[in-house]
Design a protein around this ligand. Structure first.
Ligand SMILES: Cc1cc2nc3c(=O)[nH]c(=O)nc-3n(C[C@H](O)[C@H](O)[C@H](O)COP(=O)(O)OP(=O)(O)OC[C@H]3O[C@@H](n4cnc5c(N)ncnc54)[C@H](O)[C@@H]3O)c2cc1C
Length: 338
């Protein structure tokens, strides 16, 4: 063994990669800008990850108590337009719990995790960039808050509105995560969870807002993020990036966390060979980039084409007409973004 793999970013991509590399005996150091546990803007609905990927990373046991979600219901401004069952159950677990578990697993496996350690974005041998979405001017704001005492209509509720969409999904301890992606509106300035309700109201989701007002918001869980672009991210030629730092699939797919794990899986073999000295760094980076393109190209293209449809009034009407006439190809579309 020679090279230590340095991972910038202790989110799902970075920590799961650290766990996977440690299970192969590779030395790893993770640098995380923040600390654990922490709430993150995320729908906390994990759909499309195979058990084989979690096994390859050595983290399957961390999902043993996750909720299993199968039923989905789509709403447009309060009207239910479609109900369906997922071909395979999705997992429900908060990032507050999951990220902490993965940190503990990485450390127990012999990895080193530095918290409050922000890395500089510069290509260097042995550095994997897993630092999530790239801060830049972007049209989106993501808002999330956990609620209690909230009755659900389905395991996953998706609510489309005039300014974006929000998903509701159960997490541990009877909580429901409410997470939305909206077009930024700088005139909206409400504090904490009220900002989420304000954006939902502005999009016409009044019924949902009434339900949330009758429930109990966990104010500490409120988080917000703005200033990012969806899709493939700008990456320097010889730079090794995985997870959201490489590409951000639109959140309506519920597939971003699965991609974080899958991108870590793609990186395992090349990084192990580099670490053992049998693979030059440039070849390792090229192999990872090729692997990510092959694995994600189709779903990113399809999701990027579908996303604007959800954001346009005409697109939502089209979807509603298809759904009401029973002609919405939900499962085929879902399989294209997996
Ligand atoms: C509104 C919204 C809803 C979503 N809903 C879902 C969903 O329901 N299902 C799903 O699968 N996906 C969802 N996603 C996507 C999902 O959250 C991401 O795809 C996933 O978190 C990516 O993991 P990651 O490890 O790449 O990045 P992150 O989880 O963002 O982790 C990156 C880490 O890097 C750290 N960091 C940043 N900069 C530095 C630095 N310079 N040095 C060191 N550390 C640094 C950060 O603190 C962070 O901990 C959603 C996204 C949004 C915006």
């Amino acid at each position: 063994m020679n090279g230590t793999v340095t991972i910038a970013g202790g989110g799902l991509a970075g920590l799961s990669l650290a766990c996977g590399l440690r299970s192969r005996g590779v030395a790893v150091e993770v640098h995380e800008a923040g600390s654990y546990p922490r709430h993150r803007v995320c729908g906390e609905f994990i759909s499309g990850v195979e058990a084989s990927t979690l096994d390859a990373l050595g983290i399957r046991a961390d999902f043993g108590d996750a909720l299993l979600h199968s039923g989905v219901a789509w709403f447009r401004e309060g009207r239910k337009i479609h109900e369906d069952v997922l071909p395979a159950p999705a997992l429900g677990i908060s990032r507050h719990r999951l990220d902490l578990r993965l940190r503990d697993r990485a450390i127990a496996a012999g990895g080193i995790v530095h918290e409050r350690s922000r890395q500089l974005r510069e290509p260097r041998e042995g550095l994997v960039w897993a630092a999530g979405r790239i801060p830049q001017r972007g049209p989106w704001i993501g808002l999330k808050c956990h609620f209690h005492d909230l009755e659900m209509v389905a395991d996953l509720e998706m609510h489309l509105g005039a300014n974006g969409y929000a998903g509701l999904a159960g997490i541990e301890d009877g909580g429901v995560n409410v997470c939305g992606l909206f077009k930024v509106d700088r005139s909206r300035r409400a504090p904490g969870p009220e900002l989420l309700l304000d954006y939902l109201s502005a999009g016409g989701n009044h019924k949902l807002v009434e339900r949330l007002k009758a429930a109990r918001a966990d104010e500490v869980s409120f988080s917000a993020v703005a200033g990012f672009e969806l899709g493939r991210q700008e990456i320097e030629d010889d730079f090794c990036a995985i997870g959201d730092a490489e590409s951000m699939i639109p959140p309506f797919t519920g597939n971003g966390m699965s991609m974080a794990f899958q991108s870590a899986e793609v990186a395992l073999d090349p990084l192990e060979r580099w670490s053992r000295g049998s693979h030059p760094w440039e070849a390792c980076v090229a192999e990872i980039r090729r692997g990510l393109r092959q694995r994600f190209h189709r779903r990113l293209r399809v999701a990027s084409a579908m996303h604007p449809v959800l954001l346009r009034r005409g697109g939502r009407t089209f979807l509603e007409v298809l759904a009401r006439s029973g002609a919405l190809p939900f499962r085929p579309l879902l399989s294209l973004v997996r």
